[in-house]
Design a protein around this ligand. Structure first.
Ligand code: SF4
Length: 694
C-alpha cells in the first residue's frame, strides 16, 4: 500500500472499476495522489469500499502506460511515435480513404464502458454523424445486452428497477448467476448485512459462491444448476407459482397485459415445465425448486439480483424475460425492497448503453428507424442520419473477412481478450486496413492496430459515470492528462479532422447536449449533479431529482408484458471428447482482463487464473491440487493450474479470465444469445488433462 504523506487538497470522484459506483475522496499532494478515501456521503457506498477502488489506482503512473500517439503501416512494423496532430490527421485520412474505396458503411467504432458518458456519447455521435452510418457497438454486447432486450421487452426499459438502498426492505433475495462478493463487493456487504438481519436467501448458481459458503449467513436454498439451464429452472419456479396458486392476481390484472399473462401461465403450467421434469436438465432436485419457488412467492418483499451468469448464454435474453415474468406474476415490482436488479459489471456499462452505443439505438434506447427521433438528432447535429441499424461487433468482424468492413476505431476495449472466439477476432482485425486503438496500455488488441492513441485515466478527466442503479455521478479531474488529451478531446479532434465539426470546451457541454436530446436525462447537468450529489434517471419535469424505484404506478411500456420462455438446450453439448462444462467468473482483487489491476503497485495480492475442478473429476483424470492442466475445447486450448474443490459440482469446471497468459476465452464457444449475440461464455464443453505447464 502506497500512501504518500499528508494531503494538501482533495476532490470527490467515482470509482472506475465496477457498477456499484462507490464515491471516493481523492486526497492529493500537489499533483500526486496521496490516497483514495471512501466518501462517507457517497450515495451508493455510504463510506465503504473494496480493495480495488481503495488501492488499485497506481496504474495511472505505471511504466507501461503509453503517453505518445504511435502509428505504423503494417501490424508487423515497429511502432513510430508521432505528434497528436500527425496521429489524428493520419487516422482521419485513413478512414476517408477506406470510405472512398469501400463505401460509407466500411468503417465503425466501439465505445468503452470504462470511459465517461460524455466520451461514449461522442464516439457514437462520431460514427453516426461523422462516419455517416450506425456501425457502433459496445462491450455491453458481451455482457448485459440481453438485459437490454429482456427488460425492454417485458417492462419497457433496459435498466435495474431499484436503488441499492432498497435492499434494506428486502425479505427474500433470489441471486442468480451472480457472485457479488467478488464482482460487486460493496453492495454484497449490504446484502449480507440484510441477510444477517433475517432476510432469506435463494442462490441459483453452478458454484458454491461466497454467499453460499459464508459462515455468517445461511442460504435457505442453493440450487446448483448445470451451466446453460437457467431458463429451465426459472420456468420450473414459475410452474410452481402458477400451479400452486401463488400468483398475485390483483397486481397482474391491474398492472400487466392479462392476455400475455394467460398465455404464459398456460405454458408454464404444462407438466413438461414442472420441477420434476426440469430436474433432469438442471441437475437440481425438484423438492428444492418447489421450496425456493414458495419462498420467493410468499416470503414478503422479494428481490431478484442477477449477473453475467444469466446473460452470457445462448438463452440469455430468454432468461432475463423469465426473471421479469416471475417478478410480475408475484407483484414483486414497483416498490422498495423488490424488483429486478441486474448487477452491471463495469463502472459505466449502464452509461455506455444509455448513451446510444448500440447500432440500433440513439441515447435513451430509441430506435434509429424512428423518424421523429432521428429528425430530432438530425436537426441538432445538422446532418442527415442513417435509418438502418448498423453492424454489431461480431458482424463487423465477419464483414472484415468478406472485405466490406476495413476501418475500426476502438475506444478503451480489448476485444482480443474480452470477446469470444479469439481466433475469429484475430482474423477479422487482421483483415482490416486501419484499426485504431485508444487505450492506456498496449493491450492484446493493439497487436492488430495501425494507430495507437493513448487514453487518459479517470483521475485525469471530468465527466459522469452511471452505476447499476441508474445513478449518474460526477467524475472529477485531479490531474492533467499525462498523455496530453482526455478521451473526449481525442474523439472531438478526430471528428473535426474527418470534416464533421465538434466544438466543446468542457464535458459539461456534452452532458447539456445529452440532456437536450434524451428525455430520460431532462434537466441533468453538471451543476445539478454538484447540487444534488447524484441523480438516478429517469429525470424529467415530473421527477426533477430522479427516480430511485421504477415502474411504481405503471410500467414504462404501459402494461407489463409476459413472454413465453421455452427452455432450449444450448447447442454446446458435452460428449466423450469434451465431457465437462466450463463456466467463468471473476475474483475480488482483479478486474476483467486485468489491464488496470495487474498494473498497480497498490493491489495487496495478485492471484493467477486457476481452474476449479471437483475432487471426483480430478481423481478420474489423475489430477492433484496445484498441478498444471491443459483445458481444451472445440475452439482452442490453454494451460493453467488447478484447484481441486467441491465448490463446483461433478461435471463442472470453473476459471477466471484476468490474465493474458491464460486467455480463458480461447476455449469459449462461438455460440451466442439468439436475440443480441451476447456470447455464451458461461457454458463450454471441455476436457481437462494433466500437463507439464505452459
Ligand atoms: Fe469500486 Fe466496485 Fe469496489 Fe466500489 S465495490 S470500490 S465501485 S470496485
Amino acid at each position: 500500500v502506497i500512501e504518500k504523506g499528508k494531503p494538501e487538497w482533495s476532490k470527490i470522484t467515482t470509482c472506475a472499476y465496477c457498477g456499484v459506483g462507490c464515491a471516493f475522496k481523492v486526497e492529493m499532494k500537489g499533483d500526486e495522489v496521496v490516497r483514495m478515501v471512501p466518501y462517507k456521503d457517497g450515495k451508493s457506498n455510504h463510506g465503504h469500499s473494496c480493495v480495488k477502488g481503495r488501492f488499485a489506482w497506481g496504474y495511472t503512473n505505471h511504466k507501461e502506460r503509453i503517453l505518445k500517439p504511435m502509428i505504423r503501416e503494417k501490424i508487423t512494423d515497429p511502432w513510430r511515435e508521432v505528434s497528436w496532430e500527425e496521429a489524428i490527421a493520419h487516422t482521419a485520412s485513413e478512414f476517408k480513404r477506406i470510405q472512398a474505396k469501400y463505401g460509407p458503411r466500411s468503417v465503425g467504432g466501439l465505445t468503452s464502458s470504462r470511459c465517461t458518458d460524455e466520451e461514449t456519447f461522442l464516439v457514437q455521435k462520431l460514427v453516426r454523424a461523422g462516419f455517416g452510418n450506425n456501425n457502433v457497438d459496445t462491450c455491453a454486447r458481451v455482457c448485459h445486452s440481453p438485459t437490454g432486450y429482456g427488460l425492454g421487452t417485458t417492462f419497457g426499459t433496459s435498466a435495474g428497477t431499484q436503488d441499492f438502498d432498497s435492499v434494506e426492505q428486502t425479505d427474500v433475495m433470489l441471486v442468480i448467476g451472480a457472485n457479488p462478493s467478488d464482482a460487486h463487493p460493496v453492495f454484497a456487504s449490504r446484502m449480507k448485512q440484510r441477510l444477517r438481519e433475517g432476510a432469506r436467501l435463494i442462490v441459483i448458481d453452478p458454484r458454491r459462491t461466497h454467499l453460499v459458503q459464508s459462515p455468517h449467513i445461511k442460504a435457505d436454498y442453493h440450487l446448483p444448476t448445470l451451466p446453460g439451464t437457467n431458463v429451465a429452472i426459472l420456468t420450473a419456479l414459475a410452474h410452481v407459482i402458477v400451479t400452486e396458486g401463488l400468483v398475485n392476481e390483483e397486481f397482474v390484472r391491474e398492472r400487466c397485459d392479462w392476455e400475455t399473462f394467460q398465455d404464459w401461465a398456460a405454458f408454464v403450467a404444462e407438466e413438461r415445465n414442472s420441477p420434476e421434469a426440469m430436474a433432469v436438465a438442471t441437475g437440481v432436485p425438484a423438492q428444492s425448486i418447489r421450496g425456493a419457488a414458495r419462498l420467493y412467492a410468499t416470503g414478503g418483499n422479494a428481490a431478484i439480483y442477477y449477473g453475467l451468469g444469466v446473460t452470457e448464454h445462448s438463452q440469455g435474453s430468454t432468461s432475463v424475460m423469465a426473471i421479469a415474468n416471475l417478478a410480475m406474476a408475484t407483484g414483486n415490482i414497483g416498490r422498495p425492497g423488490v424488483g429486478v436488479n441486474p448487477l452491471r459489471g463495469q463502472n459505466n456499462v449502464q452509461g455506455s448503453c444509455d448513451m446510444g452505443s448500440f447500432p440500433h439505438e440513439f441515447s435513451g434506447y430509441r430506435h434509429v428507424s424512428n423518424d421523429e427521433v432521428r429528425r430530432l438528432f438530425e436537426i441538432d447535429w445538422n446532418t442527415p442520419l442513417e435509418k438502418e441499424p448498423g453492424l454489431r461487433i461480431t458482424n463487423m468482424l465477419d464483414a472484415a473477412l468478406d472485405g466490406s468492413f476495413m476501418g475500426l476505431y476502438v475506444q478503451g476495449e480489448d476485444i482480443m481478450q474480452s470477446d469470444p472466439d479469439t481466433k475469429h477476432v484475430a482474423a477479422g482485425l487482421s483483415a482490416m486496413e486501419c484499426v485504431v486503438m485508444q487505450d492506456l496500455f498496449l493491450n492484446e488488441t493493439a497487436n492488430y492496430a495501425h494507430v495507437f492513441l493513448p487514453g487518459s485515466t479517470f483521475l485525469e478527466k471530468d465527466g459522469t459515470f452511471i452505476n447499476a442503479e441508474r445513478r449518474i455521478q460526477l467524475v472529477r479531474k485531479v490531474m492533467e492528462p499525462k498523455n496530453g488529451m482526455a478521451d473526449w478531446e481525442i474523439t472531438m479532434a478526430l471528428s473535426n479532422a474527418l470534416g464533421y465539426p465538434m466544438h466543446y470546451d468542457h464535458p459539461s457541454e456534452i452532458m447539456d447536449e445529452i440532456a437536450r436530446l434524451t428525455p430520460t436525462f431532462t434537466g441533468v447537468s453538471f451543476a445539478r449533479l454538484e447540487e444534488l450529489g447524484s441523480i438516478q434517471w429517469p429525470c424529467n419535469e415530473k421527477t426533477p431529482t430522479g427516480t430511485p424505484v421504477m415502474h411504481v404506478d405503471t410500467f414504462v411500456r404501459g402494461k407489463g408484458n409476459f413472454v413465453v420462455t421455452e427452455y432450449l438446450a444450448t447447442d454446446e453439448r458435452v460428449g466423450p471428447r469434451y465431457p465437462l462444462l466450463l463456466t467463468t467468473g471473476r475474483i475480488l482483487s482483479q478486474y476483467n482482463v486485468g489491464a488496470q489491476t495487474r498494473r498497480t503497485d497498490n493491489v495487496v495480492w495478485h492471484a493467477e487464473d486457476v481452474l476449479e475442478i471437483h475432487p471426483h473429476d480430478a481423481e478420474e483424470r489423475g489430477i492433484r491440487d496445484g498441478m498444471w492442466v491443459k483445458l481444451a475445447s472445440r475452439s482452442g486450448e490453454t494451460t493453467l493450474r488447478v484447484l481441486v474443490t467441491d465448490n463446483v459440482a461433478p461435471g463442472v469446471v470453473y476459471t477466471t479470465f484476468h490474465h493474458p497468459d491464460t486467455q480463458a476465452n480461447v476455449v469459449t464457444t462461438d455460440y451466442s444469445d439468439w436475440a443480441t449475440n451476447c456470447p455464451e461464455y458461461k457454458c463450454t464443453a471441455v476436457q481437462v488433462t494433466p500437463s507439464n505447464g505452459p
